[in-house]
Design a protein. Structure first.
Length: 256
């Protein structure tokens, strides 16, 4: 492989990593703001579910707990899919990414509902549809499995703790141990964290300055927020196309 193709492959992998982190941050922010659950981060859902259970908010607990179970099922099925197709001429990660896009499209059709919280005299909104939150959780499981490597380095687009740890580790290895390549690795992880943060910022800016909640639960109006899912759908679709192009550059003879 010549240097031109090698640099092109590096650049495409970099773009895929940054776009996937941007989409994941946007999706996590969307699910938390408009559905009441973390779509991708199950640690947050576990903490919240315990609070809901102790407070006697059983329906909200059930919604969150079902999301956690669905995430676990999604991880299991992703491993099963990878195991069954490992000897086939199919890029399993591309297949998982395609499933993510389909699930997000389905979720657009499930409205957000709202309620008035008398305990604190505030209007709040949560996704009271268990199916919607479970679809987010299943999508999160597939995202967790399909984006596992960033230009040769392990990374996670759904939660930043591991990426922050690797960023600091690479920075230490570069600044103290003077190891080659660690500076580039640190910048890559920093880019992923920043992209994820931008995704969250975009959805929150919309919520804070543009979104008008409909607490009368007029269903047609409450579909409007779901149209924001078009953003991560387009971003993940871009990753899908880039991955197919990357497979062609690397001369991988695969069907998907």
């Amino acid at each position: 492989m010549n240097n031109a193709n090698r640099n092109k492959i590096h650049f495409i992998r970099l773009i895929i990593g940054l776009i996937s982190a941007l989409a994941s941050g946007f999706l996590d922010g969307f699910s938390y703001i408009f559905k009441g659950n973390f779509g991708l981060i199950q640690t947050g859902n576990l903490v919240n579910s315990i609070f809901y259970l102790i407070n006697g908010e059983f329906y909200t607990f059930l919604t969150t707990f079902c999301a956690i179970i669905t995430f676990c099922i999604g991880i299991y099925l992703a491993y099963f899919l990878e195991y069954k197709l490992k000897d086939k001429k199919i890029n399993v990660q591309n297949l998982e990414l395609l499933l993510i896009i389909i699930l997000l499209i389905i979720n657009i059709s499930i409205p957000t509902t709202f309620y008035f919280d008398e305990s604190v005299n505030l209007n709040r909104w949560i996704g009271t549809n268990i199916l919607s939150n479970c679809i987010f959780a299943f999508s999160g499981a597939l995202i967790f499995r399909t984006f596992i490597e960033f230009d040769g380095n392990p990374y996670v687009t759904t939660m930043m703790t591991a990426n922050m740890t690797r960023l600091v580790t690479a920075t230490f290895n570069k600044s103290i141990k003077k190891e080659n390549g660690e500076g580039k690795k640190a910048l890559s992880y920093l880019g992923v964290i920043i992209s994820f943060s931008i995704g969250i910022a975009l959805i929150y800016v919309y919520y804070k300055y543009s979104f008008i909640p409909n607490f009368n639960n007029d269903l047609p109006s409450n579909y409007i927020a779901n149209l924001l899912l078009i953003v991560p759908i387009v971003l993940f679709l871009t990753c899908f196309v880039l991955r197919i192009y990357l497979d062609k550059i690397e001369n991988k003879n695969i069907a998907l």
